[in-house]
Design a protein around this ligand. Structure first.
Ligand code: LMR
Length: 400
C-alpha cells in the first residue's frame, strides 16, 4: 500500500492562508495573504479590456486543437515586446526564445528543470527573504538552494553591501535569482546603477541571472519596471526570465506566464530552446490557450492596449493610495513605530516589520491573514476594512 501511511503535508505558506481564511466564520476577517489585487469594494475584477478580448476570442475561435510545445508565435512575440521593448536589439538579433508556460510559476519550474539537466552541479542563489515558493520550486527540480543578503530589517531598505559581497563570491556556473521589480516580499528594489554593478559582477564571475518578473506595471509603469532587466542585459550575455500576466492582466487562474531565455547569439538561443521544449513536453506537453489569446488580442489592438494600460495604472494608483492611507492611519493611532517606509515600498506587498508572533495574534484574535515574515498584501486593504485593520495592528504592536 502506498497511501495508508502518509501524514498530511503542511499547508502552503501563502495559498494555505487563503484556505484557512475561507474556513474562518468571522465576519470582519481580512485576507492580506496571497498577492491578488482587489478593488476598493474587495472584488478581484476581470479587467474590462480582458472581458472585451474574451468576447472577441470566443467569437473568433475555430479550434481547440493543441498549441505547439512553446505556445503560439503571436503570444511569444508579445511577451518579448513587453519584456525588452519592441525595438530592443535582443529581439532584432533573435537572441531570445520564449515559451508560454502555465503562469510565472510554470516558467520558473520549466527553467529549473531545464537548468538541472544542463547544469546538474549548479547551485541556485535566492535573496533573503524571497517569495516563499522559490526554494520549493528549485528544490523540487533537485537544486541546492543558497541565499544572499538582500533586505536590511533595521533600515527597512536594501542590504546592498551584503548583497554585493555575497554575489562577488558566487562561483562561475551557478545561477542567481533576482526580482526585476516589486521584490516579493519586501517591495524593495534595486536602482539602475545597482543593476549595472550587479551585471558587471555576474559577467566577471560567470554566474547566470534568472529573473523573476511577475509585477511589470505595478511599480512605476510598464517601461520603467523593465529597467533592471534591460540594464542587466547590457552586460550579461545570457539569462533566464520567468514572467507572468497574473497581476498586470488579472489573469491569475488562466495561468498565463512565460519562460524566456536569452543567449549570446541566435543560434545558441534556438539550440537551447529545443531542450526547453523537450523539458516542457514531459511535464505538461503544451500550454493552455485561453489566457494567451486574451493577452495577444489586447496587445495587438491599439485601442484595447491603451485601455489596458489605463487599467494597470489604476491598479497601481489604488495600491499607492492605500499605502499612503495606511501609514497615516497607523500614525494617527500613536503606534510606537514609524511605518512611513511602507509608502516607499513598491508593488503589491508591504513587508510590514510585524513579527511572526504579531502575525499569529492578528490571525488568531482578529481574523486578519498575513504571510509569516510580515508580508501584507496592500491590495487587499479597502476603505471598509482599513479602520479595523489599523486598530488591530495597533493592538498587536502592544501585545508584543
Ligand atoms: C504571492 O506571492 O502571493 C503570489 O505570487 C501568489 C502565489 O502563488 O504565491
Amino acid at each position: 500500500m502506498i497511501l495508508s501511511e502518509l501524514q498530511p503535508a503542511p499547508p502552503d505558506a501563502i495559498l494555505g492562508l487563503t484556505e484557512a481564511y475561507k474556513q474562518d466564520a468571522r465576519e470582519n476577517k481580512i485576507n492580506l495573504g496571497v498577492g491578488v489585487y482587489q478593488d476598493d469594494s474587495g472584488v478581484t475584477p476581470v479587467l474590462p479590456s480582458v472581458k472585451t478580448a474574451e468576447e472577441r476570442v470566443l467569437a473568433a475561435e475555430k479550434t481547440k486543437s493543441y498549441l505547439s510545445i512553446g505556445g503560439s508565435p503571436e503570444y511569444k512575440a508579445h511577451v518579448q515586446e513587453l519584456l525588452f521593448g519592441a525595438t530592443h536589439a535582443i529581439i532584432r538579433d533573435q537572441r531570445a526564445r520564449t515559451a508560454h508556460t502555465p503562469g510565472g510559476t510554470g516558467g520558473l519550474r520549466v527553467g529549473a528543470e531545464f537548468l538541472k539537466k544542463v547544469r546538474p552541479e549548479a547551485t541556485i542563489w535566492v535573496s533573503i527573504p524571497t517569495w516563499a515558493n522559490h526554494p520549493g520550486i528549485f528544490t523540487a527540480a533537485g537544486f541546492q538552494v543558497a541565499q544572499y543578503p538582500y533586505y536590511d530589517a533595521t533600515t527597512k531598505g536594501l542590504d546592498y553591501e551584503g548583497m554585493l559581497e555575497a554575489l562577488r563570491k558566487v562561483p562561475a556556473g551557478d545561477i542567481v535569482l533576482l526580482h526585476v521589480c516589486c521584490h516579493n516580499p519586501t517591495g524593495v528594489d534595486l536602482s539602475e546603477s545597482q543593476w549595472h554593478e550587479i551585471g558587471a559582477i555576474a559577467t566577471a564571475q560567470g554566474w547566470t541571472p534568472f529573473l523573476d518578473f511577475a509585477y511589470q506595471g505595478l511599480g512605476d509603469n510598464l517601461e520603467r519596471d523593465r529597467l533592471g532587466l534591460v540594464t542587466l542585459l547590457e552586460s550579461v550575455p545570457e539569462c533566464f526570465i520567468a514572467s507572468s500576466f497574473s497581476k498586470n492582466f488579472g489573469l491569475y487562474r488562466e495561468r498565463t506566464g512565460a519562460l524566456t531565455l536569452v543567449a549570446h547569439a541566435a543560434g545558441a538561443a534556438a539550440a537551447a530552446f529545443s531542450h526547453v521544449e523537450k523539458t516542457i513536453r514531459v511535464i505538461y506537453s503544451n500550454p493552455p490557450a485561453h489566457g494567451g489569446l486574451i493577452v495577444s488580442t489586447i496587445l495587438s489592438d491599439q485601442e484595447l492596449r491603451a485601455q489596458w494600460q489605463e487599467e494597470v495604472a489604476a491598479i497601481r494608483d489604488r495600491i499607492q493610495s492605500v499605502r499612503t492611507t495606511l501609514v497615516r492611519e497607523l500614525h494617527q493611532r500613536n503606534v510606537d513605530r514609524d511605518f512611513s517606509f511602507i509608502e516607499h515600498q513598491r508593488g503589491m506587498f508591504s513587508f510590514s516589520g510585524l513579527s511572526d508572533q504579531q502575525v499569529d495574534f492578528l490571525r488568531e484574535q482578529k481574523g486578519i491573514y498575513i504571510v509569516k515574515g510580515g508580508r501584507v498584501n496592500v491590495a487587499g486593504i479597502t476603505s471598509r476594512n482599513m479602520t479595523y485593520l489599523c486598530d488591530a495592528i495597533a493592538e498587536a504592536l502592544k501585545s508584543g
